[in-house]
Design a binder for this molecule. Sequence first.
Ligand code: ATP
Ligand code: MG
Length: 598
Amino acid sequence: MKALAPTHWPTIAKDISGLAVPPNLADYPATREAFSWAEERRTLTGLPGGHVNIAYEAVDRHAAGDQGHRDAFRFVQADGSIHPLTYAQLSHETDRFASLLRTLGVQRGERVFSLLGRVPELYIAALGTMKHGAVFCPLFSAFGPEPVRQRLDLGSGAVLITTRALYKRKVARQRDDLPSLRHVLLIDADGDPEPDTVDLAAAIADVPDYGPIAETGPEDMALLHFTSGTTGRPKGAIHVHDAVTAHSATGRYALDLHPDDIYWCTADPGWVTGTSYGIIAPLVHGVTAVVDEDEFDPERWYRILADQKVTVWYTAPTAIRMLMKAGAERAKQYDLSSLRFIASVGEPLNPEAVVWGEEAFGLPIHDNWWQTETGGIMIANYASMDIRPGSMGRPLPGIEAAIVARDADGEPIVHDGEAQLVTDPDVSGELALRPGWPSMFRGYLNEEERYRKCFVGGWYLTGDLARRDADGYFWFVGRAGDVIKSSGHLIGPFEVESSLMEHPAVAEVGVIGVPDEVAGEVVMAFVELKPGFEASESLKRELIGFARKRLGAAVAPRELEFTTALPKTRSGKILRRLLKARELGLPEGDTSTLESGR
Ligand code: ATP
Ligand code: MG
């Protein structure tokens, strides 16, 4: 089906000639054509015998020599004070954690879970676990007892690292239901651990030196990451040590990392972005990674950007929309002149937000697309690229992306074992990737069938609908399950949301389809207003009229409701399926990742 017209936003042209830091991917597509994963692997150090270990590439190889004195992490604590950790210190601390795991009898391949805020112990445990050859699985500390139990159970967690309070509130009463959980390490036991737990500080005090890092093979499992649960029950995606090859390439090409960067990824490691790009990619490039231990607050975030002199900033649409809500003037009160590159992931980035970046920071915001399953960025607006606001960008070196044609029932069309690709520009279908990049997931834990179904006719099907324009830019249409069919039109919620976002009163929008006898479905919008605007019948009419002018009557929302809290996942994604279930009075389904109070 032909998708609707591209946005009216003008292209943002890039002039890279006078830049102090020349962008890494200045010669696309030549770099892309010359690229091979085998070559990329050679940029890593590797271990003898063809072994590879993420922790070695991220930490140990930088720890000796001058680089060892450089800050690997800078933790910004709640009171604003800074806790730095150099590469040499991180190497030492992760050795000790690996040694503790060995002392506790944790075997290679066993799962070590964390239930922690963004404190140093989380980052040390992640890298120490991989050093030991065990598998790390980070959980959001805000998860309730049931999501924690489900994930520990599905992942057969052998070790959990957490705090006393989190343990007591969320795990202690469920220990009997978690037979594989042998060790619970408390980071704040202070000499007095809870029953059946270990005082981490005391246990780690006298562990022996670790000795050589675990010689993991490229295909050995390194990470277990649960998806965000936006479309339903979360899946546990398995990632292997070879993924670091993709973290390295994408850190260079999509995030434009250079050796002297001060880099801030705002994501929590409970979401894959906070691991792939909050831990691995920056450290592989030897840069300094800022971590904010506290929660979002516009003033706090601007202060971090200014005080830490952040050069590369990776964040998410929901945060950008909240900053927009606070107003561009706020940004201008800070010296953000060190910022060179801003990128966003997690949800479609409204054109309005891309352009707002120029107003607030003097820099456009670069959208990029990927999933827990892909392990790393696949499609990006890279630093040297002219930006078409609203587009996800183009496939990175090493990535082959395509649009697979779908039949009337939404099933991929396959002939003789090969998926039929959409070749015409601007026709939507399912976004697909040619399997074979190193950070591709190797399975959904214990869900072989669900995994197998993702691969059809030689392609990995992403579950997202997209289109490609004549110049090779990819445009997100919607998740396959969210797309609205109304009077013969295929309507992606994103374009309706983006158009409402252009109205000065609108802070955030979620759009769904609701059944209609005549049209099949009609569009319904849930709108959160900016401060200073009051919900009213006349504003409702104004917003519907505003959308009609831009999108036409068939596509604009027929119904609109004001809300003060759109339901979102912990990773900040609008839960449209929940809006829909609530509107239609249907069961809410899996809400384990729902942010509380929404
Ligand atoms: P689940 O798979 O459990 O339903 P989820 O898909 O939200 O949850 P993630 O892996 O965290 O879990 O998110 C990946 C999805 O997020 C993508 O498939 C896509 O729908 C959306 N997404 C990520 N980045 C972008 C982007 N730049 N533009 C549009 N959508 C994006
Ligand atoms: Mg998904």
